[in-house]
Write a new protein. Structure first.
Length: 341
């Protein structure tokens, strides 16, 4: 999103990579058999960086990925998708999590020591039952669902990811919202000692911390909105927002706030991080909409990061509400989506 201070954007990765280097990398990937799940959990972050075009000057390290734990879950038919899922090694190493740095390769590199246990999340504000959730104990008692969702970043790339979690509505209902609860605000942990991007404006991409997001209450109650604790059958790795994050498949990825510590119900529309940073570029709603371009690039199509990873990824047309019209169009009936972008 903050592309001006970076040497390249995700959009033009293939274009700016010299063709020979690009081919070499392709060859390397094939030669190593990375098409299979050769690197799931024990992969070296440094090595992944070198493969995925992170910091090319850095030597591979032996740094191990933080441990993730297998989860038990159901697979509701309604949320299975018959399209190729993005390779796990890619979805867990090509990330946006500016708290750990603004480069796609920073989160996997710098989040491995992030302390996600214990973790508490409060739910407060316009509710009759404000309370604090001990996330790991709570998680044990949840009927987790696997949902394969399409993920569309505002930067015009997309993935397909099998998430594990529960409907956000469950958690909101448990707090008993009052009649004044019109919006839901979310907040990421603020801990500059652990999050290097919060300690330095330069490393953190110039956005304000803590990262905050928000939804209208009816959006938050929509069955698609998912409070997510896992992916690929396991707990979330830190770079993907452990231990608990939002996933909102009809909205641009930045609405999917990571590592949540506070949920607050209010009667007013809450501020959101990217809107505060650049209001003309990122709205409160941020619904995927191929007809409303970002001021600096088209949103009509997207680069698909599929099973093969970043290499040879193709473009496909972007769909209204990222293909989830049937489930969410009603929420915005009568609204001018150019105005409420
Ligand atoms: N706290 C926080 N949440 C965040 C971000 C961030 O920088 N900080 N980046 C957002 C963006 S732009 C995207 S595309 C998704 C990426 O999620 P993923 O890395 O799990 O694919 O996380 C979103 N949630
Ligand atoms: Mo994004």
């Amino acid at each position: 999103m903050r592309i001006h201070n970076k040497k390249k954007s995700a959009l033009s990765e293939n274009k700016v990579t010299p063709e020979s280097v690009y081919r070499q990398r392709r060859h390397l990937v094939q030669g190593l058999g990375l098409g299979a799940a050769a690197f799931s959990n024990g992969a070296s972050a440094g090595f992944l960086d070198s493969l995925f075009g992170g910091d090319k000057e850095t030597q591979p390290t032996t740094r191990a990925m933080a441990k993730t734990v297998p989860l038990t879950f159901t697979q509701p038919k309604a949320y299975q998708l018959d399209i190729p899922v993005t390779a796990e090694r890619v979805a867990t190493s090509y990330n946006n999590f500016y708290e750990f740095g603004a480069d796609k390769s920073d989160p996997v590199r710098y989040a491995q020591q992030f302390k996600t246990r214990p973790w508490t999340m409060t739910i407060s504000g316009e509710v009759d039952n404000p309370h604090t959730i001990d996330v790991w104990a709570w998680l044990e008692k949840q009927q987790l669902e696997e949902r394969i969702y399409r993920h569309r970043c505002v930067e015009a790339w997309s993935m397909v990811i099998p998430w594990l979690g529960v409907p956000l509505a469950n958690v909101i209902k448990a707090a008993n919202p009052t009649s004044k609860a019109k919006y839901v605000a979310f907040e990421t942990l603020y801990d500059p000692e652990q999050m290097r991007g919060q300690a330095s404006r330069f490393i953190g991409g110039g956005i304000e911390y803590p990262y905050v997001e928000g939804l209208r209450i009816d959006e938050a109650m929509n069955p698609l909105a998912m409070l997510t604790v896992g992916m690929y059958g396991k707990t979330l790795p830190p770079q993907n927002g452990a231990p608990v994050r939002l996933v909102l498949p009809w909205k641009y990825g930045f609405k999917g706030i990571k590592s949540i510590v506070h949920i607050h119900l209010t009667d007013k529309q809450p501020p959101t991080t990217w809107n505060k940073s650049a209001a003309s570029e990122y709205g409160f709603y941020a619904n995927v909409n191929p007809q409303v371009d970002h001021p600096r690039w088209s949103q009509a199509s997207e680069r698909v990061i599929a099973e093969g990873g970043l290499f040879g990824s193709e473009r496909q047309p972007t769909l209204m509400f990222n293909g989830y019209q049937e489930e969410v169009a009603e929420l915005y009936r009568g609204m001018d989506l150019r105005k409420f972008y």
